[in-house]
Design a binder for this molecule. Structure first.
Ligand code: SF4
Length: 316
């Protein structure tokens, strides 16, 4: 993914391998090739571990977006070091993102050693550091139903979703759970509806809920189609967002939208291109007027804003 909602990137780990259809035109792989970096194999960069500690100005860091920090080839001991830096650099906010949430259940392995010591020296229940947000990347409903219920079990400071590249519609209010009985999870309210095989159902809170959803179409060569209605539908699910408490951040329309925009522009006999139209469709000034309702970039309450010089960001 490209990055416009964080102020800095930090890549203690780089490299990855495809895990689902969203990986087909991996942005990180393209970036790796552009910078002549070996990408196919996972590399843990010890020399980068302390970088955020030397940055005194508070930043919102994208962590290892040039790979997947929770790839099975990243050793637990390295993850522990990454978490230690993030915990020590408490003045920054760190956004983690993975397509492999199955490994997250082991989070106490990385957090426990330095946070689990209580005041009296006794071992306390580890607590997730407040400045670390944890997210999954999801491209369609199928992977939302695999990844979001796993994310919901982690007591992270904030849970978030990157729906980029979004390849189909998402229903975040009714995520089917794999019990075969029809139980569902509402990712915006953090509730579970359990359906009993013998009949009847019961609702319960207590699962994690999303605080931020970032939506974007695919960018780069071969980008697949993106339907703005998919984003519109997600935005409507978060509405009224103050009640649900989930920020909606429309990041980019993607390269296929840009291609279509150019085609229509030239079919109308116009020369050049719409003012400000960029290859990823990030600049909302160049979107069609019919996409006016999608010019929305919100950020969770009380948190640092997205970078300066970008369109205004609402705080929920
Ligand atoms: S998980 Fe992310 S970084 Fe890894 S191949 Fe897929 S898109 Fe690329």
């Amino acid at each position: 993914m490209g990055i416009i909602y964080t102020t800095k990137s930090w890549n203690p780990e780089t490299g990855c391998s495809p895990v689902s259809p969203g990986c087909a035109h991996c942005w990180a792989k393209r970036q790796g090739a552009r910078h002549h970096q070996a990408w196919g194999s996972v590399i843990c960069h010890d020399e980068r571990l302390e970088i955020p500690l030397h940055r005194r100005q508070p930043e919102t860091y994208a962590v290892s977006f040039m790979g997947d920090l929770f790839h099975p080839d990243v050793p637990d001991a390295f993850l522990e070091q990454v978490f230690l830096t993030m915990f020590d650099a408490h003045w920054h906010t760190f956004l983690l993102l993975t397509k492999r949430p199955e490994r997250l259940a082991e989070w106490r392995k990385w957090v426990h050693p330095y946070i689990g010591v209580g005041d009296g020296g006794h071992i306390a229940e580890p607590r997730w550091p407040k400045n670390i947000w944890l997210g999954v990347s999801v491209e369609n409903q199928h992977y939302a139903e695999i990844r979001l219920p796993l994310l919901a079990q982690i007591p992270a400071a904030k849970l978030w979703l990157s729906a980029e590249p979004l390849l189909g519609p998402l229903n975040l209010r009714t995520i089917r759970l794999p019990d075969g009985a029809g139980s569902t999870y509402d990712a915006l309210r953090g509730t579970r509806l359990t359906v009993f095989p013998q009949g009847g159902s019961t609702g319960a809170a207590g699962l994690g809920r999303l605080s931020l959803i970032v939506v974007g179409g695919e960018s780069g060569p071969g980008a697949r189609p993106f339907n703005p209605d998919w984003a519109r539908d997600i935005q409507q699910q978060t509405w009224p967002s103050k009640e649900i408490g989930c920020a909606f951040y429309m990041k980019q329309m993607g390269t296929d939208y840009v291609r279509q925009r150019l085609r229509t522009w030239r079919d109308a006999g116009r020369k050049g291109r719409p003012a400000g139209l960029d290859i990823k469709g990030e600049n909302w000034e160049a979107w069609r007027e019919s996409e006016d309702d999608l010019r929305v970039r919100q950020w969770p309450t009380g948190e640092a804003a997205a970078p300066f010089g970008r369109p205004p960001v609402d705080h929920l």
